[in-house]
Design a protein around this ligand. Sequence first.
Ligand SMILES: NC(=O)c1ccc[n+]([C@@H]2O[C@H](COP(=O)([O-])OP(=O)(O)OC[C@H]3O[C@@H](n4cnc5c(N)ncnc54)[C@H](O)[C@@H]3O)[C@@H](O)[C@H]2O)c1
Length: 332
Amino acid sequence: MKLLVTGGAGFIGSNFVRYVYKERPDWHITVLDKLTYAGDRKNLEDLDDSRFTFIHGDICDEQTIDKAVADCDAVVHFAAESHVDNSIRGPRLFLDTNIIGTYEVLEAVRKYGKRLHHISTDEVYGDLGLGSTEKFSEKSRYDPRSPYSATKAGSDHLVRSWIHTYGLEATISNCSNNYGPYQHVEKVIPRNITNIILGIKPKLYGEGKNVRDWIHAEDHSSAILAILEDGKLGETYMIGANGELDNKTLIQTILELMGKSPDDFEFVNDRPGHDLRYAIDASKIKNELGWQPKYADFKQGLTQTIEWYKQNEDWWKPQKAETEAKYKELGR
Ligand SMILES: NC(=O)c1ccc[n+]([C@@H]2O[C@H](COP(=O)([O-])OP(=O)(O)OC[C@H]3O[C@@H](n4cnc5c(N)ncnc54)[C@H](O)[C@@H]3O)[C@@H](O)[C@H]2O)c1
């Protein structure tokens, strides 16, 4: 198998590449990545050249993606602009990468008749609201509410239409919020772990009631591999690990695990249009593909993640000051 991974130098992409590299020793992996602020070549530096190739390039560039797809057997498409706050500050880049970039991936995959797995998010389904026990499933209605989720929804619709119209051999997965090593310090868990390491108080948006359904990036990776190998073509799979937690409890748990008082945080301005609750029903992938998450205990995964950020200050420190300066402008 010659696997092409777009966006493989980012957070989940690099976790997935390392996971496949370990689990499928006879596969060759090529990563195509633009190396935006969110991608880092160092995330993949331990991989051996005999089984791994890196291409520095943009998925929006037709010739680059065409050549990369021609040379592979299957594509897993992670490349995206991924941060909601950035999409509120400047949506245009999200349209370019998430919509046009996905279009270019689809056209190349169609031209060469390759297998595609498209990575998406639960945020395309909107907001479940607090107080309900409903969860998102493969049948949930699309209702994106931020520029980020609208462009991801757009990319899902493109993939679905290419499957229907052109018979593309593709699958889609919509996963909940990921955590784990190599996540950029702009995201809530690494932002606040690294704040505590630096003696800065963790920040809590609004009242902290918003609920997210956390999954470890390694569990997301094992689910993607299961779909790539055994998923039914044309289908969508929800991925989640029953990790529902409100943001206040999340910040307090991080503080507790790092030996601090659970009240040692500060409230900051809320994100405009902040969705209240996401939750995933992952029965389909569990029942059809026998997938199960390994990190069923969130505190265990979080403890390991905290340890990674403590041990890898050189990795995140160069990005920290600039990221916090952006947040300061937003009052967050
Ligand atoms: N982070 C989450 O919790 C989460 C949850 C569900 C789904 N997802 C999806 O998973 C995927 C990866 O998310 P992430 O958190 O790892 O994102 P990330 O921002 O950490 O990484 C994105 C990667 O894509 C690359 N990239 C961006 N634009 C590109 C372009 N035009 N051409 C080539 N490469 C480009 C970046 O350099 C980076 O390496 C995204 O599609 C995202 O929507 C993320």
